[in-house]
Design a protein around this ligand. Structure first.
Ligand SMILES: C[S@@+](CC[C@H](N)C(=O)[O-])C[C@H]1O[C@@H](n2cnc3c(N)ncnc32)[C@H](O)[C@@H]1O
Length: 234
């Protein structure tokens, strides 16, 4: 009886969070960057960039990519979309309100291989990130650069690479494409060719292969470690 009551309460709170999210998102009061198709929270307000990036990442995952993490995963759209019986996904999200939506969506719709982590990644705690076969870091690095400065942000990125056994999916606005808030703090700001700047930086870390896999407004890159460590099976 107590168990049934507990479930009812948790379902109610889950539905409430998701319902409020829909309403708040519609009026622009919440930073939901992604759709949640299972709560009919999608459609035209989310650009085809969101879905294009997902297809590109899916097409680039192979049989060795069993453990993934999405840093700054927002409401977990990519985490839910990529997790499966043969793939476990960590979703790292630092904003508490957005994390509640991620958690509510997981409780309601996707049991199993999704691990939500409410972690605000900083220069001091980045070493606590889990290890995985591949990492998704999209539209987050420039926040690090603005908050912590070029050197600490690159150190954080370096730590992310150490945690990633094989592949990084990386999207960052180049300085020349950025608004003033970010332009001045991005490390490629003085480069004639920002893409080349990033290629050279990743090469210093031992990540020599960098290929564009999707482009709409910004470019999403697949970057691979020169000597990938073998992933383990689930
Ligand atoms: C611009 S949104 C991008 C969302 C998603 N990565 C995408 O591309 O669709 C940035 C997300 O990263 C989260 N975020 C920003 N800085 C973070 C940090 N230091 N640690 C964890 N999450 C962070 C924000 O709360 C937000 O959900």
């Amino acid at each position: 009886m107590a168990d049934a009551f507990g479930r009812l309460v948790s379902l109610f709170s889950t539905r409430t969070i998701l319902l409020l999210t829909r309403v708040f998102h519609r009026f622009g009061w919440m930073s939901q960057y992604q759709p949640l198709p299972h709560v009919s929270f999608g459609g035209a307000s989310f650009s085809s960039r969101i879905y294009g990036r997902l297809d590109a990442i899916r097409d680039n995952l192979g049989s060795g990519h069993h453990f993934g993490m999405d840093i700054g995963c927002n409401n977990g759209f990519y985490v839910f979309s990529l997790a499966g019986p043969d793939r476990l996904m960590y979703g790292i999200e630092g904003a508490d309100d957005i994390f509640q939506v991620f958690l509510a969506a997981k409780r309601m719709f996707t049991p199993g291989n999704v691990i939500p982590l409410n972690m605000y990644v900083t220069p001091d705690n980045a070493r606590g990130l889990p290890e995985c076969d591949f990492t998704i870091l999209m539209a987050v690095f420039h926040h690090w650069a603005r908050l912590y400065g070029e050197g600490p942000a690159l150190d954080m990125l370096s730590t992310v690479l150490q945690k990633t056994r094989q592949t990084l999916f990386f999207e960052v606005p180049f300085a020349r494409d950025s608004g003033a808030n970010y332009r001045d703090c991005l490390p490629d700001r003085d480069a004639d060719d920002p893409e080349q700047w990033w290629r050279a930086w990743f090469a210093t870390q031992g990540w020599t292969s960098m290929a564009p896999i999707f482009q709409l407004n910004r470019t999403l890159y697949r970057i691979d470690q020169s000597t990938p460590s073998a992933g383990s099976n689930l």
